[in-house]
Write a protein that binds this ligand. Structure first.
Ligand code: 13P
Length: 293
């Protein structure tokens, strides 16, 4: 059931668990996440970056695919189709394309411009029933080619942007997209406490969910992180499973391969199973299993 993410994240925040945001890259990926969410009776957020949408043929294609899949698979758990790190124009495009949730990432803009654009997009999104995530300050790592260091958001800026009516907020607490460097010092839970205190209990979003030690994830959830974004970890297990399958010679195109292991449906299967296992592991860690409501 495609819904916006407001209610599922409010319930998560109140119930001290988090909803997983899993980035999707193709049809197989989407199906794997939806199947796992349904099996585990967990709410879920499908994250779509501009790069992934372009790869799949555009935001309209993604929205049509996800909505059709949700219906034909008989998905009854709450599913939000969410634009990840959207520009001002991409947010408008996704509202028109049929997304149920958007993120406007104005974190690289001067704060006044970020606030003005966020205010405008909050009104547009809410008018059409979508939820909207905003961000202040940079979250580190690489997202579609943009790199930054693990930064910590300013509670005062967080307070200002939340006052505009955003539904949930990406707040940097030393988290980084992609693989964490050896010398990473961990999440700043003290900073998270200050941000949550300044933002009157709004659900917060932890980007860069790959590779954060489980105890730190749990501590962050306990202090108000209600949406956790995971991308790289799914990509890594998908790649590893596919490489293993091919390295075992199963995709051999010769006539001797009677099993026809080169059929793309067979080549992608181990990767799909690996994504399902990873999504399950994360939903269990985040505490969202059985929380579909
Ligand atoms: P990772 O790739 O580090 O899991 O981060 C995903 C993310 O934050 C998407 O917005």
């Amino acid at each position: 059931m495609i819904v916006n993410a407001t209610r599922m994240l409010k319930l998560a925040h109140d119930g001290h668990y988090a909803v997983g945001h899993f980035n999707i890259n193709n049809l197989e990926w989407t199906k794997a996440v939806l199947q796992t969410a349904q099996e585990l009776k967990s709410p879920v957020i499908l994250g779509v970056s501009a790069g992934a949408a372009k790869y799949m043929g555009g935001f309209k294609v993604v929205a049509a695919m996800v909505r059709a899949m949700d219906e034909s698979m008989g998905i009854t758990v709450p599913v939000a189709l969410h634009l990840d790190h959207g520009t001002y124009d991409a947010v408008k495009e996704c509202i028109a394309a049929g997304f149920s949730s958007v993120m406007f990432d104005g974190s690289s803009l001067p704060i006044e411009e970020n606030l003005a654009k966020t205010a405008e997009l909050v009104a547009l999104a809410h008018d059409k029933g979508l939820s909207i995530e905003a961000e202040v300050g940079a979250i580190g790592g690489t997202e579609d080619g943009v790199t930054a260091d693990g930064e910590v958001a300013d509670p005062e800026e967080c307070k200002k942007i939340v006052a505009l009516g955003v539904d949930f907020l990406a707040a940097g607490i030393g988290n980084i997209h992609g693989i964490y460097p050896e010398n990473w010092t961990g999440l700043h839970i003290d900073a998270l406490e200050k941000i949550q205190a300044a933002t009157s209990g709004i659900p917060l979003v932890l980007h860069g969910g790959t590779g954060i030690p489980d105890e730190q994830v749990k501590a962050a959830i306990a202090k108000g992180m209600s949406k956790i974004n995971v991308n790289t970890e799914c990509q890594l297990v998908f790649a590893a499973a596919t490489i293993k399958y091919c390295a075992e010679g199963k995709a051999d195109p010769s006539a001797a391969n009677k099993e026809k292991g080169f059929d793309p449906r067979k080549i992608l299967k181990p990767g799909v199973e690996a994504i399902k296992a990873k999504v399950k592991e994360k939903m269990e860690l985040f505490g969202s299993v059985g929380k579909a409501a």
